[in-house]
Design a protein around this ligand. Structure first.
Ligand SMILES: [Mg+2]
Length: 343
């Protein structure tokens, strides 16, 4: 079970949520449009979300983190997480990623875990968006650690995003969170997490947990053919992000990973998150991943951003007008209590 005090994981959840809510206003905008509307700095929640999120409301990224935690709290393991994500979707959220929607609506058997694999197959094995990476901090917040953390991160990602680039990016990120929360310095934590990623057998993990089955043999073979390259690309992008390079804030998982690693090494919480928000494009998701990393480093969200924080959707287990400060700790505690019994 967790070696980190509960406050650390709660702090990470608040951090990713606040960063996501800051980025909600600038999602899909260009840096030029953002600068002309909001000015050269971005320090508080603003109107302007293309999905109608009010200032202070976090988007699908954080909503799916919380839905994952609600799923774990039901003690259903992966099936519980999948059911909770489907309930979130069924309640009609303002924004749903393309592959996420396809995977969760997959017409395979209701309780089958292979919707993400089938959606990847239907994309001719091309789709590699950031919709798994953006919510995978939930697995670490729920209390998974070490080898279990890598296996669970792979499986939970592949519920919607089964491309090996998505799977290995998530395995890296949660290992990075664990290393940072354990007190390792930034570059050293990234190196430790890359070692775990390089040694991890994603194909075996997805077979063992039932994400790959007899009905998805083509995807299983495609994953096998591409996973070595995927691990190499994750390594390359993490190193370039550490070196200060940013290719794009697009929704491609490796762009998001590189940008987040670049931004999240700054000296204060705001210095990490603000550049992600000001650069626009998929700014809410890049900011959300930055927020997870900054939170695991122990950087604290400015207090004035906590009180107004909400999630921009109502679904079974969550109300849109609930203050995150009043409800996050109980959601985390319930998920951790069940996950402790399954490890
Ligand atoms: Mg979003």
């Amino acid at each position: 079970m967790s070696e980190c005090p509960m406050t650390d994981v709660n702090g990470t959840l608040f951090s990713l949520a606040a960063a996501d809510a800051l980025g909600a206003a600038t999602e899909f905008k260009t840096p030029q449009a953002i600068a002309s509307r909001y000015g050269p700095t971005f320090t508080d929640y603003q109107p302007g979300s293309v999905f109608g999120f009010a200032p202070g409301e976090a988007t699908d990224d954080t909503q799916m983190v919380v839905a994952t935690l609600l799923g774990y709290a039901r003690k259903g393991g992966l099936e519980g997480v999948l059911a909770a994500l489907r309930e979130w979707l069924a309640a009609g959220p303002p924004d749903v990623g393309g592959l996420t929607g396809a995977a969760l609506r997959s017409n395979s058997l209701a309780n089958s875990l292979d919707g993400g694999v089938r959606a990847w197959q239907d994309s001719a094995f091309q789709s590699a968006g950031n919709g798994g990476l953006m919510r995978i901090a939930a697995v670490w917040i729920a209390g998974f650690r070490g080898a279990e953390l890598a296996r669970e991160s792979a499986a939970v990602t592949a519920l919607t995003h089964a491309d090996p680039r998505c799977v290995y990016a998530s395995v890296f990120l949660t290992a990075f969170l664990e290393a940072l929360a354990g007190g390792q310095p930034y570059a050293g934590a990234a190196a430790s997490a890359l070692q775990i990623t390089d040694a991890f057998d994603g194909r075996a993990a997805l077979l063992d947990c039932g994400v790959f089955g007899i009905g998805t043999r083509d995807a299983h073979l495609a994953f096998r053919d591409r996973e070595r390259q995927a691990r190499a690309e994750v390594r390359t992008r993490v190193r370039s992000g550490l070196g200060g390079k940013l290719t794009s804030q697009s929704g491609f998982v490796l762009d998001t990973l590189e940008a987040a690693v670049k931004h999240a090494g700054a000296g204060t919480w705001h210095a990490c998150v603000e550049p992600a928000v000001l650069l626009g494009d998929d700014s809410d998701t890049v900011a959300c991943v930055v927020g997870a990393i900054a939170g695991a480093r122990g950087l604290e969200v400015p207090p004035y951003l906590l009180a107004p924080l909400r999630l921009g959707h109502t679904w079974p287990g969550w109300q849109r007008d609930w203050a995150c400060t009043g409800h996050f700790p109980a959601v985390v505690q319930a998920a951790q209590a069940q996950c402790a019994q399954t490890q």
